[in-house]
Design a protein around this ligand. Structure first.
Ligand code: ASN
Length: 320
């Protein structure tokens, strides 16, 4: 069945689609400042800045994950070989930190053809960029600390140095306290039911970590307790999830078992399976923060598409 927009949705989206928009320069100045702040911190910590790839035989399956609703997976043929457009560079990150350098980050454009029903959620795009990082031998807590620094420093700098821009956007921004609170998904589910992400986002003053979320094979799962050593970062004020990451699986047997369990094709993950079999796949942890979602929060915007000069809102293909 075709998805039809209501008049209210249409006028709302028109406002997002850059019609008569005076806010964009302020938003982009804030985005530049935040990207500079975050990349400077990472470079100081000896993370290497890697440039992205966009076409590959192997990409993130984005499956199984209760949160995703992908309408279409794009496969194209280049030089007689089928490749996919990048859904996330998780596989590439794992291979690279195993071979060295051991700490990397990428401003990585991802294409995820989200269901057009997500047009007006305010937080979905079919093209977005994540600041995606990975660190060999790191643990969950290391990544928590690192992102707590990246997030709070960015907010501090914007508050201090971009008063005029915040005024234009009528945004009253609060610097969060660290460390952020950590919840288990099951705890939140018990309290709020399936809608836990929205509820915890609306009721928290600061960002919160949520751990132990059953999802893709590459996140570490303790087979004895069933617990997943992965995490999402949820922003306050109803802005919702902005980051996901995990400690990673690195043992051949476990990887193989989970890839089979998820009904994925072994051939698509041949390189990491080979590395793991040879014990060359290093344990690591990492995460990716959605740049547009983070900027949407800092700027206090209704729709994440407002951050993009050329919005990629599910269901809408503009001329540029
Ligand atoms: N970037 C995420 C991670 O590091 C994966 C994703 O985007 N799905 O786990």
């Amino acid at each position: 069945m075709e998805y039809r927009l209501q008049d209210k949705q249409i006028s709302y989206l028109a406002s997002v689609m850059r019609i008569n928009d005076s806010k964009l320069p302020a938003i982009l100045r804030i985005q530049s400042k935040v990207l500079k702040t975050m990349t400077d911190i990472l470079l100081e910590k000896d993370f290497q800045w890697v440039l992205p790839v966009m076409l590959a035989k192997s990409t993130d399956p984005l499956w199984p994950d209760p949160g995703y609703s992908i309408e279409e997976r794009i496969e194209v043929e280049v030089y007689g070989t089928k490749v996919k457009t990048m859904q996330s560079m998780i596989v590439h990150k794992r291979v690279l930190v195993s071979l060295g350098p051991e700490k990397i980050f990428i401003l990585s454009p991802n294409i995820r053809i989200e269901s057009r029903k997500r047009m007006t959620t305010g937080k979905h795009l079919y093209e977005f960029t994540q600041l995606d990082l990975e660190s060999a031998y790191a643990k969950m807590r290391d990544i928590f600390q690192l992102f707590e620094e990246l997030v709070t420093k960015s907010i501090e700098v914007v508050k201090k140095e971009m008063r005029r821009e915040l005024e234009i956007l009528s945004r009253d921004l609060r610097v969060p306290n660290t460390p952020f609170r950590v919840y288990k998904r099951s705890e939140l589910e018990k309290e709020y039911g399936d809608n836990w992400e929205e509820e915890i986002s609306k009721t928290s003053e600061d960002p919160v970590w949520v751990t132990d979320i059953p999802r893709e094979f590459y996140d570490y799962q303790d087979f004895e307790t069933g617990e997943w050593r992965n995490y999402d970062l949820i922003l306050p004020e109803g802005y919702g999830e902005v980051l996901s990451g995990a400690e990673r699986e690195y043992e051949y047997e476990k990887l193989l078992k989970k890839i089979t369990r998820d009904g994925l094709r072994k051939e698509d993950y041949r390189i990491i399976l080979d590395l793991a079999e040879k014990k060359l796949l290093k344990p690591s942890a990492g995460a990716g923060i959605g740049v547009e979602r983070f900027i949407r929060y800092i700027c206090g915007l209704k729709h994440v598409g407002e951050v993009q000069p050329f919005p990629r809102i599910p269901g809408i293909v503009p001329d540029l």
